[in-house]
Design a protein around this ligand. Structure first.
Ligand SMILES: Cc1cc2nc3c(=O)[nH]c(=O)nc-3n(C[C@H](O)[C@H](O)[C@H](O)COP(=O)(O)O)c2cc1C
Length: 494
């Protein structure tokens, strides 16, 4: 038996230098309500975007109300021309005409931030972007397709219009940023990542909708990570805005913890007085139950979430609704086999004609129980967010305290093991070698293993405590609470 290897083994040494472990005291803290959302030089007081909702659900009324409260209000551009009684005569020009009108109306009502939501799948998407540029809108949200071809980036930049793609995966975000970087030597200003709980058309395959792999909580950090490379390359901060199923202020807190800097919400804004839809559309939200929310296959070629009603039941049973196609607004629409015109039925729903249409809605629509003002809704979200922040901070502090306790006990255990266990054993072992006793070799290496694993555990515990400390310090910085931070002698080097 060769004992020389073991003889040469080093005693595992732990770095026991002093680390400052501060105490965190949140008592009586004044929590900042919500952090602002900065998209380039556009700053929203509240990090809340009201998602664009077509057809005609979010127009100048809702968008300006949200902007007046400090959020970002968004006008949905797709098929907006249906508001024009002469839609079928003017065809696609109607969209540009009404969009321009709505932008101007919104700008008259607010000095806040207004955006336009445009679906890349619609045939006139570039015309609508042009209107947004001419009217110097603050930002465009581009969804339902990748905004990579023919985007007038220079004109958008000259007019100061921010560009925000809506994606459902890190892959799509990567594709857009890569393509922009290559083609335009520029990148979009922010990204909305929309999960499968959203209302309206969804950027997922039907079978992905309930798959946890595609949940917002899963895709959001992936998008945040994907964008990081471009933030570094362009020395810009690109906020990621989370959408789909964000219902309460606690939900906002949760997605912020996952790396979001803002949220986009649709469903909650439908049930507001200021929402531009007919009251019957809003009442459909209040009346619906969880089991009434279903995934439909839209003629757009994407699945969508809607509230089941007699119209959708008839469609499911194979009924067709006769319609006149104005100008083939969707390249992907198969007019011959389509059972209805999606623009027409959504416009009917907007007007409350729900037997000839249906309401798109997010998976939380059944939780909506009353119609409130935009101000009331935002106040509720702010209060809930604040409560969640306080709860989160105390939880973090408790975890940190526990980590420090664990650290202290581990350190003690380690020192005892070193002092009592290893040294005498080593001597004994060396004597044992002389005697040729194998037993000592085994016990010695067992003790070494224990000390090595204690060392690893201790170092993990230090890492964990450091992470928690960093998170708490960040929280303190964010809330300027440094007067509440105390470094206690007893806390040093546990
Ligand atoms: C009635 C309705 C219509 C919508 N229409 C559009 C649209 O035209 N374009 C779009 O990009 N998203 C649309 N959406 C999605 C919203 O903008 C938003 O991202 C989504 O609803 C967020 O999920 P939430 O409803 O759970 O808050 C719509 C959502 C709803 C509820």
């Amino acid at each position: 038996m060769d004992f020389s290897m073991i003889k040469r083994l080093q005693m595992p040494k732990l770095d026991l230098r002093n680390i400052e472990w501060p105490r965190f005291d949140f008592s009586g803290s004044q929590w900042v309500k919500m952090t602002k959302l900065r998209i380039g030089d556009a700053v929203a007081k509240l990090p809340i975007v009201q998602g664009g909702m077509g057809v005609g659900i979010s127009l100048s009324g809702l968008a300006s109300a949200v902007a007046n409260e400090g959020g970002i209000g968004v006008i949905a551009a797709n098929s907006i021309g249906m508001l024009d009684p002469e839609y079928y005569a003017k065809n696609k020009d109607a969209n540009s005409i009404i969009l321009r009108k709505e932008i101007r109306k919104a700008q008259e009502k607010t000095a806040g931030l207004i955006g336009v939501n445009i679906m890349m799948a619609v045939d006139d998407c570039l015309d609508l972007i042009r209107v947004a540029i001419e009217e110097k809108i603050d930002m465009v949200f581009l969804g339902a397709g990748l905004p990579i071809k023919g985007i007038p980036v220079e004109d958008l930049r000259t007019a100061g219009v921010k560009v925000i793609p809506i994606v459902s995966s890190a892959r799509a975000a990567g594709l857009i940023f890569r393509s922009w970087s290559k083609k335009y030597k520029d990148i979009p200003d922010a990204v909305v990542v929309e999960g499968p709980k959203a209302g309206g058309h969804l950027g997922f395959k039907a079978e992905q909708i309930d798959d946890p792999e595609f949940a917002l909580e899963r895709i959001l950090p992936e998008v945040v990570a994907e964008i990081k490379t471009y933030e570094k390359k362009y020395h810009r901060t690109i906020p990621v805005i989370a959408a789909g199923g964000v219902f309460t202020g606690a939900d906002i807190y949760k997605v912020f913890k996952l790396g979001a800097s803002g949220v986009q919400m649709g469903t909650r804004f439908v049930a507001t007085h200021e929402c531009d839809a007919d009251i019957r559309f809003k009442e459909a939200y209040i009346a619906c139950r969880e089991e009434d929310l279903e995934i439909i296959k839209s003629p757009v070629g994407l699945p969508g979430r809607a509230i089941r009603n007699s119209f959708l039941k008839d469609v499911a049973a194979g009924k067709k609704m006769g319609f006149k196609c104005a100008w083939r607004c969707l390249k992907s629409c198969d007019i011959k086999s389509a059972r209805y015109c999606i623009s027409l039925v959504l416009d009917n729903a907007r007007q409350g004609i729900l037997d000839k249409g249906f309401a798109f809605a997010g998976s939380n629509a059944y939780r909506v129980d009353k119609i409130v003002s935009v101000n009331e809704l935002l106040q509720e979200l702010i209060d809930q967010y604040q409560h969640a922040t306080e709860k989160g901070a105390s939880k973090l502090r408790d975890e940190y305290e526990k980590a420090l306790e664990k650290l202290a006990s581990l350190k003690e255990e380690y020192l005892i093991a070193m002092r009592k266990g290893l040294s005498p054993l080593k001597e004994e072992y060396e004597r044992g070698i002389e005697k040729g006793a194998i037993l000592f070799r085994e016990e010695y290496s067992k003790t070494m293993d224990k000390i090595n694993s204690l060392k690893a555990e201790y170092q993990n515990a230090v890492d964990k405590a450091n992470l928690l400390k960093a998170e708490l310090v960040e929280l303190f910085e964010q809330y300027s609470l440094f007067d509440k931070l105390q470094i206690e002698g007893a806390r040093q080097n546990p």
